[in-house]
Design a protein around this ligand. Structure first.
Ligand code: NOJ
Length: 562
């Protein structure tokens, strides 16, 4: 088999760590995570083996959506520090060999952004008049976070569009002046030395001409086809790509609900504007719009979604790999098992870290943080959690509705990082801005540092195994046993060498019948999450009568192929 040569852009061999700064580490003792705290923890981040950091929005913001409502694109939120402190973090990260990317949120701003304050005034010779999307009459679109997608503004006497919360008016990207503003923002951060951007809901920025009504009876989705992957999206993104290319910057698009075929248009060919995209498909193995529709996790759905992206992107484009971020609750509580905390945390890591693509690890994921279960909806702070609680399933009991929130709220991913078992989990010397998960006494960085077999040290092993391994980095993907509801098995193959990943997704011990041709084959154990049962580095024969897997057992084995 011929070995294909692939371009070696840095991001393909990178592992990213995602920092949602407000809950990462508080350095100045006010209960809010900040860039002083980040600076102090950079060596820790580096110790994971990661080579790049993605910062969620750090900009000034009224925090209606915790930073995704920006009021100044070229500054740092005073809660987090200032531009000088950011530069210190950036330089130190670079010294440690880690790239840094920022979050670029250009679908909308805050309603407190000076552009919006000016735009509200209207007036024919007002240069900001058409920076946003204004109409005399709203259409029937739903917003994603807060009721209908239009809000009446008494100052201007018109409605403005907000696909997200009311305090997040959508920019009018059809206006060339707005696109010039975006380019200025790109240049501002790139000339400071940042290495690229994660681009928020980037597939929403071009709306269908005339803003036609959506299919009214389908909540949210019924409106979405009018603004998702819209008519001018690739033209606009080409303009931004040109600026990023001047600096060699990486661009990673968030593509909610985009199909893999549409994603390919962003990722390859003449319309290529992104280096990677975040797919949502595998996040729907247990839900559709989190609080709206929740169903039990099904491994088959998860495998199908991952395989679809692996196969379709194969030699055409590059995948981004993630299980958690600030928008999705904790993965052990969703796809794993809190009872088998260590086992399922490590199995989940194994399942996604060796797919073809670039892995992202979200703060706290590496120690297996879990969902928080607050007693009342009034304790939650996320705009989407609160509004969806009051919008959907109103006939259910309070307990049933809260249970849904416990399963699905974004706030579960936003509790302070658990650094040690001291007060406030070592996150802050003051009362933290949000609830600390009470399990911090046992689940915390300090405890896991001391335990050779912790989830934390397992993540380090995964990162290390991937490092420089051409099979795991560039090998072709193939899924096996795709209809097995308990086991995820895939191969990464380059030339005659293959690595096989086998992960059990059940708390029951099972016997997994290896696919035809595997029994009796000699294989080397590269990684195991059951170190008492199997030996890393050992070469042995694969069993004839099925592989006995303990609860959530996972392994990576290497074999020669003929
Ligand atoms: C996606 C971001 O990840 C999410 O946190 C945010 O609320 C929405 N986009 C709106 O900006």
């Amino acid at each position: 088999m011929a070995v294909k040569k692939e371009a070696r852009e840095w991001y393909k061999e990178a592992v990213f760590y995602q920092i949602w700064v407000r809950s990462f580490a508080d350095g100045n003792g006010d209960g809010i995570g900040d860039l002083y705290g980040v600076y102090d923890k950079l060596e820790y981040v580096k110790s994971l083996g990661v080579t790049a950091i993605w910062f969620n929005p750090l900009y000034p913001s009224p925090n209606a959506d915790f930073g995704y409502d920006i009021s100044d694109y070229c500054n740092i939120h005073p809660d987090y520090g200032d531009l000088d402190q950011f530069k210190k973090v950036l330089n130190r990260a670079h010294e440690l060999g880690m790239k840094v990317i920022m979050d670029l949120v250009i679908n909308h701003t805050s309603d407190e952004h000076p552009w919006f304050l000016e735009s509200r005034k209207g007036g024919d010779d007002n240069p900001y008049k058409d920076y946003y999307i204004w109409r005399d009459e709203p259409n029937n679109w739903d917003s994603i976070f807060e009721g209908k997608a239009w809000e009446y503004d008494p100052v201007r006497g018109q409605y403005y569009l907000h696909l997200f919360a009311k305090k997040q008016p959508d920019l009018n990207m059809d206006n060339p002046a707005v696109r010039e503003e975006v380019k200025k923002v790109l240049r501002f951060w790139l000339s400071m030395g940042v290495d690229g951007f994660r681009e928020d809901v980037i597939n929403f920025i071009s709306k269908k001409e005339g803003l036609p009504n959506g299919i009214g009876f389908l909540p949210i989705i019924g409106s979405m086809h009018n603004y998702k992957d819209g008519p001018h999206i690739h033209e606009y993104l080409a303009e931004f790509r040109k600026v990023c290319d001047e600096y060699g910057a990486v661009q990673i698009g968030e593509g909610p609900m985009t199909t893999v075929n549409n994603a390919l248009k962003y990722l390859s060919g003449d319309t290529k504007s992104m280096d990677m995209m975040f797919s949502f498909d595998h996040m729907m193995a247990d839900c559709l719009f989190t609080e709206y529709y929740h169903r039990p996790f099904k491994l088959i759905r998860f495998k199908k979604a991952l395989s679809r992206w692996q196969y379709k992107l194969a030699d055409k484009a590059w995948n981004s790999l993630y299980l958690e971020n600030h928008d999705h609750p904790r993965i052990i509580s969703r796809y794993g098992s809190e009872k088998f905390h260590r086992e399922s945390g490590t199995a989940l890591a194994t399942a996604y870290m060796f797919l073809k693509g670039t892995p992202f690890i979200y703060q706290g994921q590496e120690i297996g943080m879990t969902n928080i279960r607050l007693k009342s909806i009034d304790d939650y702070v996320d705009v989407s959690t609160i509004n969806n609680y009051h919008k959907y399933h109103l006939k259910d009991t309070v307990e049933q509705r809260l249970r849904r929130i416990h399963l699905s709220s974004r706030d579960s991913a936003r509790t302070p990082v658990q650094w040690d078992d001291s007060e406030n989990a070592g996150f802050s010397s003051a009362k933290p801005w949000f609830f600390v998960n009470p399990n911090y006494k046992t689940i915390n960085v300090a405890a896991e540092e001391k335990d050779e077999n912790s989830i934390l040290n397992y993540y380090r092993r995964c990162v290390k195994l991937r490092e420089g391994n051409s099979v795991l980095l560039y090998g072709d993907y193939r899924e096996y046993a795709h209809d097995n509801p308990f086991v995820y098995m895939y191969e990464r193959r380059k030339g005659r060498t293959s690595c096989f990943v086998i992960c059990s997704f059940t708390g029951q011990p099972i016997t997994f019948m290896l696919p035809k041709g595997f029994a009796g084959h000699s294989a080397k154990m590269l990684l195991t999450n059951y170190p008492d049962k199997r030996v890393t580095g050992r070469v042995g024969k694969l069993p004839e009568k099925g592989l006995k897997l303990s609860p959530y057992e996972a392994m990576v084995i290497k074999m020669k192929r003929v």
